[in-house]
Design a binder for this molecule. Structure first.
Ligand SMILES: C=C(O[C@@H]1C=C(C(=O)O)C=C[C@H]1O)C(=O)O
Length: 424
């Protein structure tokens, strides 16, 4: 099998980072309407726009090819970076297909990146640091708050009852001993009266879900609570989520939280996801800290069992972040256990192309530092009709005790995250 790739690039121009000191303007409000790139949590992170280079790649070697491409590009670049922190200097935004061997992964080197870390802001420009680009950062925010009018929803690949049938079929296959866990997802289509403005959606998501990473790459926008892998020097860390409960009102909410903490089914579902990440990371680390018990992450729409895993990459291991991401993905948080059997069941039962949903999304710098989440609680904006349409996604882990109606309700609670941003 071969890897197919399409690339565009301006010649590897100089990259200049300029410190801007302490700025208050929220990063997401600086984005232009088109080509928004973002990875922001609690007001810090990176945004970008413009395309100095782009790689679209598909095939079994997709991530290795992207890593080579980035390494070559960095090697040919003259860098001025007095800031010297993760995310300063040259940056690559990435959105990897759920199945990189089949789907298309997108990598974008922005012309302009604005970053903020520990309260300090900088701007990085590829090519001539022209006054216009810097002026954007110096002047007023340009976010649009225009209404998008009415929304019309339609079923995606499967209607809710057909999707419940797929869950029941998955449970039967788990009961028959074919596999232990599989994550089944569904999609929901939405059309608006007026074009969907990514900036408006990103701002709403970031406001409502401050504990998540708000991301945008090539029209895939979302607010993910799950960190697949972050690399800072040789430190690696991840936040694994699996096992979910809905939110309720008053005492019911407390009851649901206790139910999640004590649920044997949710703990089993969680353990598969943690084990898959830990097993995949072990060959690369000489130290791996996995919490004995998960904690509970409370979001406005759902609660999750969460495990923050930390490790230190071995000093003699030269594997780069993109290859590490390729090695750990797909974990059982988005695929299942065993991986190959779960992937087969997903292909047979889901009836849809996940595209880049549930794939790794994030950024990488020239030092090899970066952050990748899983593209969850997200939507793919589509160009048809002037960008008035979007495809929303949500999925959940299915194990032996899963009830199709409860799983459907879980997808609805997860879809509600993006729906709230649309409907606000
Ligand atoms: C697959 C999704 O979420 C994943 C599945 C979860 C679960 O089944 O409990 C929880 C968090 C995520 O790991 C999604 O949001 O689409």
């Amino acid at each position: 099998m071969t890897t197919a790739a399409a690339r565009t690039a301006t010649s590897a121009a100089a990259v200049t980072t300029t410190p801007l000191g302490a700025r208050r303007t929220p990063l997401l409000t600086l984005l232009p309407r088109d080509g928004a790139l973002a990875w922001v949590r609690r007001g810090e992170g990176l945004i970008g726009w413009g395309e100095a280079a782009r790689l679209e790649v598909s095939g079994p070697g997709a991530l290795a090819e992207a890593a080579d491409w980035w390494a070559q590009r960095c090697a040919g670049t003259e860098v001025h970076d007095p800031v010297g922190v993760p995310g300063s200097g040259p940056v690559l935004f990435a959105s990897v297909a759920f199945d990189p061997a089949e789907g298309t992964s997108v990598f974008v080197v922005p012309e302009v990146v604005v970053g903020r870390r520990d309260g300090c802001t900088w701007v990085t420009v590829t090519g001539d640091a022209d006054d216009e680009d810097l002026a954007v950062v110096e002047t007023s925010p340009q976010h649009a708050a225009t209404s998008i009018g009415r929304l019309a929803y339609a079923d995606g690949a499967l209607d809710p009852m057909a999707w419940c049938g797929a869950v029941a079929a998955a449970v039967a296959r788990i009961d028959a001993g074919e596999l232990d866990k599989v994550v089944l997802a569904r999609d929901l289509l939405v059309s608006a009266d007026r074009p969907l403005d990514p900036r408006r959606l990103l701002l709403r998501l970031a406001e409502r879900f401050p504990d998540t990473w708000t991301f945008a790459v090539d029209g895939l926008l979302g607010a993910t609570p799950e960190l697949l892998l972050r690399r800072t020097g040789r430190e690696l860390d991840a936040r694994v989520l699996a096992g979910t409960a809905p939110r309720g009102a008053g005492a019911e909410d407390d009851r649901l939280a206790v139910g999640l903490q004590t649920s044997v089914k949710d703990h089993a579902e969680h353990a598969y996801a943690v084990d898959s990440l830990a097993d995949a990371l072990r060959p690369f680390v000489d130290e791996l800290v996995v919490p004995e018990q998960p904690s509970v992450l409370t979001l406005p729409n759902v609660r999750h069992l969460a495990s923050d895993v930390r490790g230190r990459q071995r000093d003699d291991d030269a594997t780069g972040l993109l290859e590490l991401v390729g090695a750990v993905h797909p974990t059982a948080a988005v695929c299942g256990t065993p991986t190959a059997g779960a992937a087969r069941v997903i292909a047979e039962l889901e009836g849809m192309d996940r595209g880049r949903y549930a794939g790794p999304v994030g950024w990488l710098d020239a030092r090899g530092d970066g952050e990748f989440g899983l593209a969850l609680r997200c939507a793919q904006l589509t160009g048809a009709d002037g960008g008035r349409q979007a495809r929303l996604f949500a999925g959940c882990g299915i194990v032996a005790d899963s009830d199709p109606i409860a799983e459907l309700a879980e997808t609805q609670a997860k879809l509600a995250a993006f729906q709230a941003a649309l409907e606000d």
